[in-house]
Design a protein around this ligand. Structure first.
Ligand code: FAD
Length: 209
């Protein structure tokens, strides 16, 4: 069967735009700001990914491995792009940034009035991270920090402030700037989901895996 000319044009356009994005980011890498004036996380659907109709997007990725590799690189962010391949192992710093992002986002979306189960989950999560975090020095250090700073997860505010404090304990030990915890809710906000679709308390928390 002949190919739809519209699809061919869109595929070429997709390759072209991704190539331009990739080389532009290699030439002008996005510099990580360290002055703590960050914008809140951008919703996933407004990232660099190219917007094709779903039917075309699927076939484009399946048919062209290079485009798929590029789109993966783009979605992983500038650091992976600079390295030129998403098969390069993560550094301790990248792992740390990703983990703190997850933890601060969990805290930002933690219910204002958590159930007992949710409070337990928050404590267990921190305990599990301190045991399984894939960097031995970091996990040993984090275990000590948790011993002297037991998890406080009585409310969203309490949990966010506690996490900000323990992150600062790690920052201090690494000689990094101390983050002003009164600005934590400006730095880490809820995801921009419609109709409270991302709210933790909207889901059923009683189900165990
Ligand atoms: P990160 O510290 O990763 O922070 C990411 C972003 O969070 C910052 O850019 C800032 O916007 C924001 N932020 C910073 N501080 C706070 C805060 N207090 N509250 C809220 N938001 C904040 N690395 C080691 O070398 N040795 C260790 O022992 C070690 N232990 C770690 C333990 C844990 C549990 C984790 C998750 C990471 C650990 N790391 C450790 C990694 C380290 O903390 C950093 O993640 C890494 O060095 C990258 O630092 P960064 O400067 O990019 O910012």
């Amino acid at each position: 069967m002949g190919q739809n000319p519209f699809e061919i044009v869109l595929r070429s356009y997709s390759c072209l735009v991704q190539s331009v994005q990739t080389y532009a980011l290699r030439l002008f890498p996005v510099k990580q700001e360290e002055n703590y004036n960050h914008q809140p996380l951008t919703p996933v659907n407004s990232s660099l990914s190219l917007t094709l109709p779903p039917s075309l997007r699927k076939s484009t990725q399946e048919d062209n491995a290079d485009v798929f590799a590029l789109s993966k690189e783009v979605s992983l962010g500038p650091t992976s792009l600079i390295k030129g391949s998403y098969s390069v192992p993560l550094t301790k710093e990248e792992l740390g940034r990703c983990t703190w992002t997850l933890l601060h986002m969990i805290a930002a979306q933690f219910p204002e009035r958590p159930t007992r189960q949710q409070k337990r989950d928050a404590k267990e999560l921190m305990g599990i991270i301190s045991r399984l975090y894939p960097c031995k020095d970091c996990s040993d250090h984090y275990k000590e920090i948790l011993r002297s700073n037991p998890v406080q997860a009585g409310s969203r505010e309490e949990f966010s402030q506690w996490l900000c404090h323990v992150h600062n304990v790690v920052n201090r030990s690494l000689g990094k700037p101390i983050f002003p915890c009164q600005r934590v809710s400006a730095r880490w906000q809820k995801l921009g989901c419609e109709d409270r679709g991302c709210d933790v308390d909207a889901g059923d928390v009683s189900v165990s895996p």
